[in-house]
Design a protein around this ligand. Structure first.
Ligand code: ADP
Ligand code: LRH
Length: 491
């Protein structure tokens, strides 16, 4: 009953997942998976936005051709990126990808005009050089024609929804990641917009996850030969959807959404906008049912993805399980990196950057593929401990374990090492967290689930949860000391 589709556009792939409820449990079927590679043109890194729109329509066609009676759809993707719609209703320019280098100096330049504390005080959002506020600021500095021609600002899922429905809305979870939205006022922050000279008219009404955001428009239905169905605003920020799918039973829980990025934190009822949160550079991103994600970004498996890409360019292709296996037999604690060093943000030759990092910090650089992967995974696990403890401090809570969701949980070594590093159990599952959270919010909108807690219980009953108990704790505690010393990380 209630067949619905989640379109989840992740950095490692885009996917269309069919969700169905059978005997009170969720069953998912992957209808379509497609690449979501950014496209470099000259100096600029772009989204392949029209291709993605095409793939979404392909997903709908596949469902139709399988005779599936789809009741609704929702779209989620990563935060911060956007496009502009011009006066004629068409997309202005081709959206940039947040890993484009055009925001490299934007933070410093903007802080010279508006102090960081003012921005944090109004938005509660952590400072990351690629936040929308810095992207828009960089466009303004560059006199981008988008800002003259653009009439409406839409985040990527807003934009794709607009293509499908013809209706323009900004969705809440993604809106908060712009660092232009004031969660206390519950609206775009007009003072900030004025200070930045961004017209208020760019920004529209903000829809909560779980609201109906339009119907497939006639031209789309005609093209695909299907009836019109509702498109829901879900938690369109993929991390918001992933956290909605955390199968927690206790309302106080710690999570790690583990994919291209590692997002670690806890769910809170009110944003924590205070000096400590700013000092620790934690964020308060909007979630479902009025919740906020008090969390911190950790660079995540991106570094491994980019190493794999580099090795592939050199003619050596490795599957992820093969890389994990090689790491498992490499020497432990050979070298550490701080995964969040800005040198690892942009696409490029990651093995060379790891070598550079190790040499700069007086370490012997890992050489074999297994050693490099081990260095990345152990460093991530150590960084998880660091952020886990910060989350406890900031939220004044003690967590008895860590929920991990996302594709990264297929890396069993990383799950085990995360448990070893934090000294608490890790509960891993489900791996398609964002897509399942997307489905859950659609079912809440349809009244199939009462609320997010009922949805979480059903998710818990529907998908296996793997438990990893901490092991070798003394060794890991000692190595953590080396990690903090070598990387120099401190609050
Ligand atoms: P995103 O949603 O950001 O695209 P995912 O949640 O799909 O990312 O997670 C992708 C990551 O999961 C990959 O970078 C890879 O490290 C890891 N991964 C995927 N499949 C496997 C596997 N079979 N074994 C180990 N790790 C895997
Ligand atoms: C994860 C994510 C994260 C953002 C980043 C841009 O996919 O949405 O929450 O900070 O991408």
């Amino acid at each position: 009953m209630g067949d619905i589709i989640a379109f989840d556009l992740g950095a490692s792939s885009g996917r269309a997942l069919l969700g169905r409820l059978v005997d009170g449990k969720i069953e998912i079927t992957e209808l379509h998976r497609f690449s979501n590679d950014p496209v470099q043109v000259g100096e600029r890194l772009h989204w392949d936005i029209l291709r993605l729109y095409h793939e979404i329509k392909q997903g709908l066609l596949i469902a139709k051709n399988q005779g599936i009676d789809v009741q609704s759809i929702g779209i989620d993707s990563w935060a911060v990126d956007f496009g502009f719609i011009g006066k004629n209703g068409e997309l202005v320019g081709n959206p940039y990808h947040y890993r484009d280098r055009h925001t490299e100096d934007a933070m410093e330049q903007l802080f010279a005009q508006i102090p960081a504390s003012v921005i944090f005080g109004k938005t509660g959002i952590q400072f990351l050089q690629f936040n929308t506020i810095f992207q828009l600021f960089a466009l303004k500095q560059a006199n981008s024609p988008w800002l003259q021609e653009g009439n409406r600002f839409l985040m990527i899922p807003d934009l794709l929804r607009y293509f499908l429905t013809g209706d323009m809305h900004n969705e809440f979870s993604n809106a908060t990641t712009t660092q232009l939205f004031n969660p206390i006022k519950g609206d775009w922050d007009e003072d900030l917009l004025k200070l930045l000279d961004f017209p208020k008219s760019w920004f529209g009404d903000v829809l909560q996850p779980g609201s109906k955001a339009g119907m497939l428009q006639a031209s789309v239905c005609e093209e695909l030969g299907m009836k019109s169905i509702p498109v829901y605003a879900v938690a369109e920020h993929d991390t918001g959807s992933a956290v909605a799918a955390v199968p927690a039973t206790d309302c106080s829980f710690a999570y790690l959404s583990c994919g291209t990025w590692s997002l670690m934190g806890t769910e809170v009822q009110k944003p924590a906008i205070n000096d400590l949160a700013q000092k620790l550079n934690f964020t308060n991103e909007g979630g479902v049912e009025g919740t906020y994600r008090l969390l911190k970004n950790i660079m995540g498996l991106w570094i491994l993805q980019e190493c794999r890409r580099e090795w592939e360019r050199a003619g050596k292709s490795y599957a992820f399980p093969e890389l994990v296996q090689m790491a498992g037999v490499a020497k432990p604690f050979g070298a550490f990196i701080d995964p969040d060093d800005s040198m690892f943000l942009a696409p490029g030759d990651m093995p060379a950057r790891i070598t550079q990092y190790c040499l700069q910090t007086g370490q012997q650089a890992p050489e074999s593929v297994g050693e490099i992967v081990r260095c990345i995974l152990e460093s991530l696990a150590m960084k998880y401990r660091f952020v886990f403890e910060m989350t406890e401090r900031l939220s004044t809570q003690k967590f008895n374990g860590l929920h991990m969701v996302g594709g990264g949980i297929q890396n069993t070594l990383l799950c085990q090492w995360s448990a070893n590093a934090i000294g608490k159990p890790v509960w891993a599952g489900p791996s398609e967290g964002s897509a399942i959270g997307n489905l859950a919010v659609q079912w809440i909108a349809q009244g199939v689930f009462k609320d997010i807690w009922e949805a979480r219980q059903v998710i818990r009953d529907s998908f296996p949860l793997a438990t990893y108990e901490p092991e070798e704790q003394e060794l890991w505690a000692e190595a953590y000391g080396q990690f903090t010393k070598l990387t120099g990380i401190a609050e």
